[in-house]
Ligand binder design. Structure first.
Ligand SMILES: [Zn+2]
Length: 266
């Protein structure tokens, strides 16, 4: 049987091995309310998917229609369970989402690029035993015959060109597109940083992609041979903040891993 990994699964191992163990091995990860940041991200993604699907089916979408769609969806889906930092207001995040969409709309209208897919699932093999799965926000086939991967980021960190040129997720998308269409296709990777109204482009060579496949297989081997699962103890880690909130992790096994990281106060 082929084992399937994803970028977020690998990311979780790299950032908090204990959280990884709870989620993917023990499968006892608590059902946590989603953070307001994640909620905002999913609402904005959904609205952009709506926008491009309407355009694809030959309709036009005005800015007020897009904002209305976002607002209706937000109010329908926002529940009291969404986790919001103390002192912050729901309205601030809602307004942020509106601003992202307004800026995106103004900078990218009339959306005449040849969008061929939205929210497209990709799946490609690393070898005969392992595969990677992912979802691409939007795929464009441009007039030069290049495939463009468009990915939207709603967080408030802007990555540097150097970081983007090394980003694993984007490279996985390229491998996914090659599996979907053909290995010889030309691919352009585009990240939209919505909070900055900024587009950053990147490319990968076949050598880089082959090397990434090897490195990913090595990482998986490391994960599968791990026996000691340290916790990151950081405030943004869902698992570690859950543990702190519920007074868990005081037993000696966790204490050992906590002191190794020395980061409990975070
Ligand atoms: Zn953690």
């Amino acid at each position: 049987m082929v084992m399937i990994y994803s970028n977020s699964r690998l990311w979780l191992y790299e950032n908090c091995p204990e959280a990884y163990k709870i989620k993917y091995i023990d499968r006892t990860f608590p059902e946590l309310p989603s953070s307001v940041h994640a909620f905002l991200g999913s609402m904005v993604h959904e609205s952009l998917e709506f926008l491009y699907n309407e355009i694809k089916s030959g309709k036009t979408v005005e800015l007020d229609e897009l904002v209305k769609h976002f607002a209706e969806n937000w109010h329908k889906q926002y529940t009291l369970c969404v986790r919001i930092p103390v002192g912050d207001k729901e309205g601030d995040y809602f307004n942020k989402g509106v601003k992202f969409l307004v800026d995106y709309f103004q900078s990218n209208k009339p959306f005449s690029e040849n969008t061929i897919e939205t929210e497209r699932k990709i799946l490609f093999p690393l070898d005969e035993n392992y595969a990677i799965v992912g979802y691409i926000d939007r795929i464009v086939l441009n007039e030069k015959g290049e495939y463009e991967v468009h990915d939207y980021k709603t967080n408030s960190f802007l990555k540097s060109q150097e970081e983007i040129d090394k980003d694993r997720q984007l490279a996985f998308y390229q491998l996914g597109l090659q599996a979907l269409f053909d290995e010889e296709i030309k691919v352009k990777l585009v990240w939209h940083f919505l909070a900055f109204d900024k587009k950053i482009h990147s490319k990968r060579t076949q050598e880089q992609l082959d090397k990434l496949k090897e490195e990913t297989l090595e990482l998986i081997k490391k994960i599968e041979s791990t026996t000691e699962w340290s916790a990151c103890g950081k405030a943004f880690c869902d698992w570690c903040s859950y543990k702190k909130l519920h007074g868990l992790g005081k037993e000696e096994s966790s204490k050992k891993v906590f002191t190794r990281n020395g980061n409990l106060s975070g």
